[in-house]
Design a protein around this ligand. Sequence first.
Ligand code: SF4
Length: 312
Amino acid sequence: MSETIPAKLIEDTARELTARAAIDIPSDFREGVRRARDAERNKLARFVLTEMDRNWDIATEDRRPMCADTGLPRYYVRAGNEARVEGGFVALERALRKATAEATGAIPLRPNRVHPLTRVDPNTNVGIHAPEITYAFEPEADWIDVTTVHKGGLFGTDYRMLFPTDGVPGIKRFFVDTLVEFGKRGLACQPAIVGLGIGGSKDTCMRLGKEAACLRLVGSQNPDPTIARLEAELTALGNHVGIGAMGFAGTSMVVATHVEVAYTHTGGMPIAMHSFCLSSRRATARIHSDGRVEFRADPQWFTDYYRREGVE
Ligand code: SF4
């Protein structure tokens, strides 16, 4: 029987994760942006990317958030099937909400979360359904992985119901339409990691698109070679629509494209797209049942079990 994980340890870990996500941009994304800068021929777009790299260094040195808009903090929790939390999962949720509120004041984060109608701001980034917590499970494990994502960019997200006969050309059309629509109006800071969720139902493809954008490392590929090829083609396509960093002309709009799929209704092919903006903020920790906490860069969200297909 494994040890029980203290709720206070989850709270302390979440507070540390929140600071790391807000301040330290993950190295895989930084490397991707540097590659985009080196390939960029437009002087203005190159200048923006060089200055952004400097801005990230300054944020890390000063321990200050790297963008004035600190996004919307949310959590992804993967629990091992054998993991036990002191006080149960209600205690875990209370710990994550408390850590979010305290970190908002201590770091500080911009208190972005308001009531949608009254616009009342509790100044904590906590409220009804906020922060969001998404759960997944892992067999034969007694740890809990906590990932926080501070999703910025109100725009750059869209959905379309395609017909099966639209096929890959229809997917590419939707991809380019969405990039151009938001890019030309300056509604999402580029370059971004673009996530596409294809299939499932409407809510499933929206969820998968966001997870594909926010929870996979730049440089990773979908394990299905056909999907991996599509990812590479979409990235190349996105960098040839003529929009570069921060809406200037150029070739640096997409750092990477990640595609995740779900089995869907035979009559349709729903698709959703999310942009993880220039502030691609995420941080992960594994909390072991013996009290050890390991911080790491890779959320490892898309496990074989998570992408399972058949009946076990
Ligand atoms: S879209 Fe991203 S980089 Fe731009 S202001 Fe919002 S959080 Fe900051």
